[in-house]
Design a protein around this ligand. Structure first.
Ligand code: AMP
Ligand code: MG
Length: 348
């Protein structure tokens, strides 16, 4: 299939292009598009046949439901009810990087919800994303625009790499501001439960609901036969081609441990190191890439997936990564890093 690729000027968004991509969605095709979290691969969320194409293009497991993206807060027709507490979250954090799970209405095909009675809904803050949804005239189901299992794309080049030739349209815009997928909150239970950490942190959500908690399976290695509430949690995710190992603990000890592993393997293994601005000069050997300044976790989050992807291009045998404190945005960053490492962590 020929994929049309158009890069938008974010300071002067061409409405003709948005309309053209909107028509592709309306007619049952697939469009990759930017959002503030990561790039999404969109189809008409209400069209079963269109949504099936997403699973096929990504190689996504059939039991992994899709998030439905909307352009405004009028979601009554898509869900059975909107609890008051969900309304509060929507008025405070929508548009933005948070997905809410509701009991779904019959309008949502079971292909979109992967057979669940619930649906995840998000209103993105990205202007391009919202204008695309408006132009399509329908909610857009969109997982991340990568081949399943690979790190999510936060730049259009990564979408092109994974999906060119497989979908009708790739809409480029700016690099994703946040770089990590949305926080997912289950609003069908009391108290509310976080199924995936993201840029809207538990600390922020506790200002609305003291009792909100994080599902205990979020930060642990999925066991065999594990049936998580967010089906996506059981799959290996965000993984570059080479294995990733996290070294976690005091930063000086981390640096020493990473250098020790590199030196032990010198001569037979090519090793990549995921470092930070403060530490990158302390590794004399190995291919060192910085995620940014440790004191600016927003930058670390924004760079994480593209740094993971960058190691595929240089073909290393092993990637060693520093860790971050599991607090605020650091919790979501560590969640993605641990998954990319298949929970291979050495504590120092
Ligand atoms: P992605 O779009 O690739 O970021 O993946 C979407 C994530 O949202 C996956 O982990 C899904 O399991 C989760 N998800 C989507 N819809 C639901 C739902 N109705 N209930 C629970 N988790 C969901
Ligand atoms: Mg994904």
């Amino acid at each position: 299939m020929d994929t049309k690729i158009v890069i938008l000027d974010v300071n002067n968004i061409a409405q003709d292009t948005i309309n053209e991509a909107g028509i592709v969605i309306k007619e049952g095709g697939l469009v990759a598009f930017p959002t503030e979290t990561v790039y999404g691969l969109g189809a008409n969320a209400l069209d079963k046949t269109a949504v099936e194409k997403i699973f096929k293009a990504k190689g996504r497991p059939q039991d992994n439901p899709l998030i439905v993206h909307v352009a405004n807060r009028n979601i009554e027709t898509l869900v059975k009810e909107v609890p008051d507490i969900a309304r509060e979250i929507m008025s405070k954090y929508w548009p933005g990087p948070i997905t809410l799970i509701f009991n779904k209405s019959d309008l949502i095909p079971s292909t979109t919800s992967a057979g669940l009675d619930t649906v995840g809904i998000r209103m993105p803050s990205s202007v391009i994303a919202r204008r695309l949804i408006e132009a399509a005239g329908t909610p857009i189901a969109a997982p991340s625009a990568n081949i399943s299992g690979r790190p999510s794309p936060t730049e259009v080049e990564s979408c092109i790499e994974d999906l060119s030739g497989k979908i009708e349209y790739i809409l480029g815009g700016e690099k994703s501001q946040i770089g990590i997928e949305s926080t997912i909150v289950d609003c069908t239970c009391t108290p509310l439960c976080i199924l995936r950490p993201g840029a809207i942190t538990i600390e922020m959500l506790r200002e609305i609901d003291d009792n909100i908690y994080i599902d205990k399976n979020v930060m642990s290695k999925p066991k065999k036969d594990f049936k998580p509430k967010a089906p996506g949690m059981k799959y290996r995710h965000y993984a570059p081609k080479s294995p990733v190992k996290i070294i976690c603990g005091d930063i000086e000890k981390t640096i020493a441990k990473i250098n020790e592993i590199v030196q032990t393997n010198m001569g037979n293994k090519k090793i990549g190191i995921i470092a930070t601005d403060e530490t990158k000069d302390k590794y004399p050997f190995g291919t060192v890439v910085s995620l940014g300044n440790r004191k600016q976790l927003e930058t670390v989050g924004r760079n994480l997936f593209e740094v993971l992807r960058s190691f595929d291009a240089i073909d290393v045998d092993l990637i060693l990564s520093e860790a971050f404190e599991e607090k605020g945005l650091g919790y979501a960053i560590m969640n993605r890093l641990k998954k990319s490492a298949g929970f291979d962590i050495t504590y120092v």
